[in-house]
Design a protein around this ligand. Structure first.
Ligand SMILES: [Zn+2]
Ligand SMILES: [Zn+2]
Length: 175
């Protein structure tokens, strides 16, 4: 069972690598807000903290961290709503003003140079499987973890897990 799941996961990654053509579109539920991501996310978090469970209404959030400059707003104007995070510093979720669907977040702890895009709002929501599962200490017991995707009970050190390319992009974005 696990092996089959692994094979399917590998396929997802291969399909994504073939399909990348320089931009990936996304939108809210009603379509008023449309955007495109012009670069791959730096890293994708499946966050199992209780805040993400409440804010997503699901078992975990799936957020792709990317430089703000790589998100082009094509239509609509998302509105920010501040909510709590485990760090205590809070985050602002940017939502469609009409259907109120959240499209990305800015975390106070991570600077406004980065957006955390909700992967499920992309036109191909299977494009970016998580690179890591975080805050698994509050993970729902019925959510399985893939053996080849790192998992951590809390947060983690990007220097240990990100590619050199992603680390260089992060450094360039904040300098
Ligand atoms: Zn909308
Ligand atoms: Zn979280």
């Amino acid at each position: 069972m696990l092996l089959l799941f692994d094979i399917q996961y590998s396929k997802v990654v291969l399909i994504y690598e073939k399909k990348w053509e320089g931009a990936l579109k996304g939108q809210c539920s009603c379509g008023e807000v449309q955007f495109e991501m012009t670069e791959k996310p730096l890293f994708v978090h499946a966050c199992h903290c209780t805040n993400c469970q409440r804010q997503s209404g699901s078992a975990h959030a799936l957020n792709g961290m990317i430089e703000a400059k790589h998100i082009n707003l094509l239509s609509g104007q998302p509105e920010g709503a501040e909510v709590a995070t485990g760090s205590g510093q809070g985050q602002t979720i940017y939502r469609c003003p009409t259907c109120k669907i959240g499209l990305w977040s800015v975390y106070a702890a991570a600077s406004d140079k980065f957006f955390f895009v909700r992967i499920g709002t992309l036109e191909d929501p299977g494009s970016y499987p998580p690179d890591i599962n975080i805050f698994t200490k509050s993970k729902q017991p019925w959510v399985p973890l893939m053996p080849d995707i790192p998992a951590t009970e809390g947060y983690y050190d990007a220097k240990e897990l990100w590619s050199q390319e992603a680390l260089a992009r992060m450094k360039a974005a904040v300098s």
